[in-house]
Ligand binder design. Structure first.
Ligand SMILES: Cc1ncc(COP(=O)(O)O)c(C=O)c1O
Length: 378
C-alpha cells in the first residue's frame, strides 16, 4: 500500500498508540476526582500540558486541550468574537480557509458580525496590501491559516503578525493544523493557534488551542469547567498524553524530516509535471513540503482517486471534506483555476514515513493509469 493521504489523517505512531493504551488501561480515573488515583491522572494530564508548552515555547496555562482542529478553530473564532464584540464586530479571514473556519465565519455573519474574506494570488497567498486595506477600527480578529490543506500554499504569517502587533487590536488566530511540525512558526505575535493530533501521527479526538495568556475567550462548551473553564467535559487524558508523545516525535530531527519530505515532494513534482495533460497547482517555492495538488486534462479527480485505489494507492481529491461533498475545491476557485481543471484535481499529501521507493512506484502506477485512460479517450 502507498498512503499519500496524510493531510486527511496520519497513521498514529506506534509509540503514541502504546502510550494511549498504557494510560487508558492503567490510569483511567477521572482527573477531577479527589482521590489519589484521580490525582495521579491529573498529574499525567498536567505533565502532558507542560511538555507540549515546552515544545511550543509557550506557557502551560496557554495550552487548552480540545478534540481537534475543528474544535480549536471554533473555540478560537467564536470565543474571541463573543468575548470582544463590545470592541467591534468586524472579522477578517481568507477565501481559502478550511470549513471549520469558513463556516464559523458565515454563522457569525448571520449573527450580526461582518466578515471580509481576503482573495489570494494565483499561487494561493493573500496580499498584505489587501489585509491593510481591509483593516478597520472595529476589526477584532484576523484568522488566517498557515498551510492550506488543498494545495499546500503557505501564508505570510510572520508578516501579518508583525503588522497586527503594531496595535492592540485586532487579535490574530492561526489555523496551523497542516503546518505544525512541517513549517516553523514563531508564536510571539500570535494570539491563538489551532493544532490537530491526528494530522501529526497522534490520535483522533485530540487537539490543542494555544491561547495567549492575556486573551479572553468565551467558552463554547459549558459544564464542569475543565481546561481552565474554556472547554468543559471529562478530559481525554490517554489521548492527550499520546498527543504530547506524537508532538515530541514529530519535532525530533525536524530539519532532517522536513528536508526528506521536500526532496520527496520535489521528485514527485518533477516527474508528474513531465506527464502529458497534467497541470500542477502547487507552487513549490511558496508551499509546505508535504502537499502536491495537480489535475489531469479532461479527467475528474474521483476517477483518478479510484483508479489509484485499485492499485492500493490512497490519495484524495483536493480535501477529504470537499471530496465527500463533491464540491469544487474552494482554494482552486479562489486561485482562479478554471472549473474544468479544478474538478479534476487530486492531492498527494506525504508524511515523514513515506519513502523514495514509494514515490518511484507511484510515478510508475500513475503513468500506467494515464496511458490507459488516454487509450480509452482515443
Ligand atoms: C487546515 C485545516 N484546518 C482544520 C482542520 C480540521 O481538523 P480536525 O480534522 O482535527 O477537526 C483540517 C482538517 O483537515 C485542516 O486541514
Amino acid at each position: 500500500m502507498i498512503y499519500f493521504d496524510n493531510s486527511a489523517t496520519t497513521k498514529p505512531y506506534a509509540a503514541a498508540l502504546e502510550t494511549y493504551t498504557k494510560v487508558a488501561s492503567h490510569y483511567f480515573a477521572n482527573p477531577s476526582s479527589l482521590h489519589k488515583f484521580g490525582q495521579k491522572v491529573r498529574e499525567l494530564h498536567e505533565e502532558a500540558r507542560k511538555q507540549i508548552a515546552t515544545l511550543m515555547s509557550a506557557r502551560t496555562e496557554e495550552i487548552i486541550f480540545t478534540s481537534g482542529g475543528t474544535e480549536s478553530n471554533n473555540l478560537a473564532i467564536k470565543g474571541i468574537a463573543h468575548a470582544y464584540q463590545n470592541r467591534g464586530k468586524h472579522l477578517i479571514t481568507t477565501q481559502v480557509e478550511h470549513p471549520s473556519v469558513k463556516n464559523v465565519m458565515q454563522e457569525l455573519e448571520q449573527n450580526g458580525f461582518s466578515v471580509t474574506y481576503l482573495p489570494v494570488t494565483e499561487t494561493g497567498q493573500i496580499r498584505l496590501e489587501d489585509l491593510k486595506k481591509a483593516l478597520r477600527k472595529d476589526t477584532i480578529l484576523v484568522s488566517i491559516m498557515h498551510v492550506n490543506n488543498e494545495v499546500g500554499a503557505v501564508q505570510p504569517i510572520q508578516e501579518v503578525a508583525d503588522l497586527l502587533a503594531e496595535t492592540e487590536m485586532p487579535l490574530f488566530h492561526v489555523d496551523n493544523v497542516q503546518g505544525f511540525a512541517k513549517m516553523e512558526l514563531d508564536l510571539v505575535k500570535i494570539d491563538a493557534m489551532s493544532i490537530s493530533g491526528h494530522k501529526l501521527h497522534g490520535l483522533r479526538g485530540t487537539g490543542v488551542l494555544y491561547k495567549k495568556n492575556k486573551l479572553n475567550l468565551q467558552p463554547e462548551m459549558l459544564g464542569g469547567g475543565q481546561e481552565l473553564g474554556l472547554r468543559s467535559g471529562t478530559e481525554n487524558t490517554a489521548g492527550i498524553v499520546a498527543l504530547a508523545k506524537a508532538m515530541r516525535l514529530s519535532l525530533e530531527d525536524f530539519q532532517k524530516k522536513v528536508s526528506n519530505l521536500t526532496n520527496l515532494r520535489d521528485f514527485l513534482l518533477a516527474e508528474i509535471s513531465k506527464l502529458d495533460g497534467v497541470t500542477i497547482h502547487t507552487d513549490a517555492a511558496s508551499s509546505a513540503p508535504q502537499i502536491i495538488c495537480f489535475s489531469v486534462k479532461k479527467q475528474r479527480g474521483e476517477v483518478l482517486v479510484h483508479a489509484l485505489e485499485e492499485k492500493e494507492v490512497f490519495v484524495s481529491t483536493t480535501s477529504a471534506c470537499s471530496s465527500r461533498a463533491k464540491l469544487e475545491s474552494s482554494t482552486l476557485h479562489a486561485m482562479k483555476v478554471p472549473e474544468n481543471q479544478a474538478t479534476g484535481a487530486i492531492r498527494l499529501s506525504l508524511s515523514y514515513e513515506n519513502t523514495s521507493y514509494e514515490a518511484e512506484q507511484f510515478i510508475g502506477i500513475l503513468k500506467d493509469i494515464l496511458q490507459k485512460i488516454n487509450e480509452v479517450v482515443k
